[in-house]
Design a protein around this ligand. Sequence first.
Ligand SMILES: *Cc1c(COP(=O)(O)O)cnc(C)c1O
Length: 462
Amino acid sequence: MRYISTRGQAPALSFEEVVLTGMASDGGLYVPEEIPMLSHDDLAAMAGLSYAEIAFRVMKPYVNGEIDDATFRGIVEEAYATFSHDAVVPLNQLDANHFLLELFHGPTLAFKDVALQLLGRILDHFLQKRGERAVIMGATSGDTGSAAIEGCRHCDNLDIFILHPHQRVSEVQRRQMTTVLADNVFNVAIEGNFDDAQAMVKASFADQGFLDGTRLVAVNSINWARIMAQIVYYVASAVALGAPHRAVSFCVPSANFGNVFAGYMAKRMGLPVTQFIIATNANDILHRTLADNDFSKQELVATLAPSMDIVVSSNFERLLFEAYERDGAAVKALLERFQSEPSALAEAPLARLRESFASHSVSDATILEVIREAHHRTQEILDPHTATGYRAAEQARADAATPVITLATAHPAKFAEAVVKAGFPGVPLPPHMDDLLEREERYSVLPAELSAVQRFVVENRR
Ligand SMILES: *Cc1c(COP(=O)(O)O)cnc(C)c1O
C-alpha cells in the first residue's frame, strides 16, 4: 500500500512517511492508492468484537505491515483504554430508528480524541524506531489543541507547542490544555487573535530552518492517520446495528470534512451505507456546494457551534479527488481557481457526490430550539455541534426505515454557553474532570511575533 497525492504530482509515500509528512509537496493531501476491501464475511465476523479489535482489523491494511501486528495491537489497545466508557464509542438509541454515536468519552470530551490518542502513539513509535525526535506545532481556538496535547503527553520523542489566543478561549478549553503539566507540553498564549497564532504556525512550517534539522510535524486533520482512525467507528457502529445484513445512514456535524470523509472511506471499503448527511452551522460551504453547486468562500461567522466555524473545508479535497475519478490535474485546477474566485463543480462529479451525500445547514436560533426539543423528546442534552446533526438527520434523511446514526461530536459540558442559552442550568463535567477549575495551570504569554515564538520553541524543546 502506497499513498498518493490528490493533486497528482508529489511522490507516492509509505504509511510511515505519510504519517510524518502531513501535506503533500504539490499542495495536495495523501490518500491510499488502493482502497482495501472488507468483505461480507469480514464484516459479519466483527459482530461482538471489542472496539480495539475492530480497530485493529479495519486499520491493518492501511498500516501495511510497517508496524508489526503485536505492536500495533498494543498501540490500539493503549489508545482506547484512555476512554472512560468501556464501549469506547457507545451507541445511544433516541427513538425507533435514530441513534447517537457518542464519540465524546475520551480525555478531552470531543471526537478528536479518537484520532489523536492513536496518532500520538503511532508518531512516537516511528520516531523511536528511527532514533529521531520531532516538534509538533499547532494553533488552536479550542478543541484540536487539547486533544493533540492529550494525545502526545506520554510521547518520549515528541515536544508539543500549542498556541492559543490569550484570553480568547473559554476557561474550560484553556484549562484542558494548560493543566497538562507534562515535560514535553508547552502552551503558549499569544497576545493576538487566532489568525495571528495560525499565521505563525504556518510560517514555521514554511521555513523550518530555525529548528536546525529537527522534524516539525503537523497533527491537523489533513494527517492521513486521523482519517484512518475515524473509519473505525463507522464500521463498529454499523456492525452493532446489524451490518453487513442491514444498511444504515450517518449524519455528521461537519467542518473540515475529516470526520465524514472517514465515513465515506468505510463505505468504499464495503460497509453498506445508504446516505451520509452533512450537517453544517451557518458556515455552510459544504451545504451550498452540494445543494446549489455554489463552491465559494464566504465570511466567517462566529456561531454557537464554534468547532464547526470554518471558511474552507480542507479535507473536502479528498472527496473531490474521488468525485473527479482520481484526476489530480482536474482537482488541482478546480482548487486553484477556488482560491481566488467563486467556483462550481463539473456536472458528473457533482452527480456522483449526490448519490451518497445530502446536507442541511442549521442556524444558531435553531441550535437552541433543537437542544430544547431533543431534551423534551429524549431526555438527552445535546452539545451544540451534535444539535446541528440531530436536526439535519431529521430533515435530510431519505427514508424513515433505514436507521440513522448521528455522530455526537462533543460532550455538552464542554459547550455550556449554548446549553445555558437554551435554558438549562448547565451540565456538570464528568467525574474525572470535575476538579478542572481548581487544577494548577502552566502556560507562557508571548507577543504575536514570529521570532519570539520560534526562540521559545528552540529554547524549550528537549
Ligand atoms: C472538529 C469538530 C467538528 C468538525 O469535524 P470535521 O472533521 O472538521 O468535519 C465537529 N464537532 C466538534 C465538536 C469538533 O470538535
